[in-house]
Design a protein around this ligand. Structure first.
Ligand SMILES: Cc1ncc(COP(=O)(O)O)c(C=O)c1O
Length: 395
């Protein structure tokens, strides 16, 4: 057999950055080999079950032969209409389900295709730093020039629009509140200000909103669509709000021209999610808000366990009002990747290094609240015993 040497990777594929999580996985494999118990808090995949009503809807659909064919646009009406009802009930925004809502195979798919639909190679995308890492890959696939917008602790991790270089002609600005990784939240006046700023410059405001319902106490996250739909697209996901990450379903809502462009691109690429998954999502979106609040409370209890424990161990950490993450700094941290790799390899506790989210995340670590409170407390204790600055394991 001859060794294959030709690389078939396009410039586009090669431009997608490597994931720091590969390094983390190696460190975890080392911990497993050493017989350590693993507490994985590095990935924000909900451990809660989807609503039983959604599972029932999916089960019923699998017995209905009418769901077995390719789903056409008209077949997506029940999900689009359920999404419109949800947006109206929850945020008081009235959208036309025919032209202003489009089902997605997850917000991540939606974002990558939206960028392809509304930009041309070489266009500029304003991207927060730190941010959800796949944003960098999606921008690279679309051939965009990324202009970083620093999110700083002293500004509540909100971008300062006056930082944007004067005269910069950005095609789109991407935001995400409640925020991954910082857990920061933004109020409606912020979205109104940003939407006006974007409209004045001909910049599309894209708001990625997967944590819309993962909020604590009396806090409720607003929607960017409350600032108007013109020039605004919001990406919703059932992954976190309804614990349906594996189902790959969400929806885009907002500016009809942008959504029409997205529908054209998606028409060349996919045929929508299976109708049973769409039925499950529509059922979930129509459920009373009270059920979502109960699931969110579980994450709130975890936050209330972890944050004081970390503070007792000298961490600097704020009490998040939303999201499924805790973002903080341990005493004496110099290099987040070094810390996270050592922690995973030597204690079995995996947390995400801030640097994985962009250089603006350096100096911080992110905990995903995806384990019960007792394991979070154990993780905090084990991290406190991590020897300071011991050499990196040989990986
Ligand atoms: C900010 C953000 N956007 C999108 C996603 C992925 O959403 P989906 O599962 O709908 O693709 C995540 C998942 O962690 C996220 O944190």
């Amino acid at each position: 057999m001859t060794q294959q040497t030709t690389s078939w990777a396009s410039g586009r594929a090669s431009a997608v950055p490597d994931s720091i999580f590969t390094r983390m996985n190696q460190a975890l494999a080392q911990a497993r080999a050493a017989g350590l118990d693993i507490i994985d808090l590095s990935i924000g995949s909900s451990d809660q079950p989807p609503p039983p009503q959604a599972l029932d809807a999916l089960r019923a659909a699998t017995h209905d032969p009418a769901t077995y064919r390719y789903p056409l646009h008209r077949d997506t009406a029940p999900l689009r209409e359920a999404a419109a009802r949800y947006l109206s009930r929850r945020f008081g925004v009235q959208l036309d389900p025919e032209h202003e809502i489009l089902p997605l195979i997850g917000a991540q798919e939606g974002l990558a295709h939206l960028l392809l639909a509304v930009t041309d190679p070489g266009d500029t995308l304003l991207l927060p730093d730190p941010c959800y890492p796949p944003y960098y890959g999606a921008a690279a696939v679309a051939g965009l020039t990324v202009e970083p917008l620093p999110l700083r602790e002293q500004h509540g991790y909100l971008p300062q629009l006056e930082d944007v270089p004067a005269g910069l002609n950005a095609r789109a600005l991407l935001l995400n509140y409640p925020n991954n990784p910082t857990s920061a939240v933004a109020d409606l006046s912020f979205f109104e200000q940003v939407a006006t700023w974007c409209r004045q410059r001909g910049t599309l405001l894209i708001h990625d909103h997967p944590y819309a319902e993962l909020t604590y106490g009396d806090y409720r996250a607003p929607s960017a669509l409350q600032a108007g739909t013109e020039g605004v697209v919001e990406l919703h996901s059932l992954s976190k709000t309804h614990h349906m990450g594996g189902f790959r379903v969400g929806f885009a809502a907002g500016d009809r021209s942008a959504l029409s462009a997205l529908a054209r691109v998606k028409g060349a690429i996919d045929f929508h999610a299976y109708l049973g998954i769409q039925a499950a999502a529509a059922t979930a979106l129509d459920l009373p808000e009270r059920l979502g609040r109960e699931a969110a409370r579980r994450f709130e209890e975890r936050r209330d366990a972890l944050v004081p424990a970390l503070r007792d161990h000298g961490w600097t950490v704020q009490l998040p009002q939303a999201s499924m993450y805790v973002w903080g700094r341990p005493p004496g941290l110099t290099d987040s990747l070094d810390y996270a790799v050592r922690a995973a390899a030597q204690t079995g506790v995996a947390v995400a290094p801030g640097r994985a989210f962009g250089m603006g995340g350096e100096g911080y670590l992110r905990f995903a609240l995806v384990q019960p409170p007792e394991l979070l407390l154990r993780a905090a204790d084990q991290l406190a015993r991590l020897p300071a600055g011991s050499p990196l394991p040989n990986l």
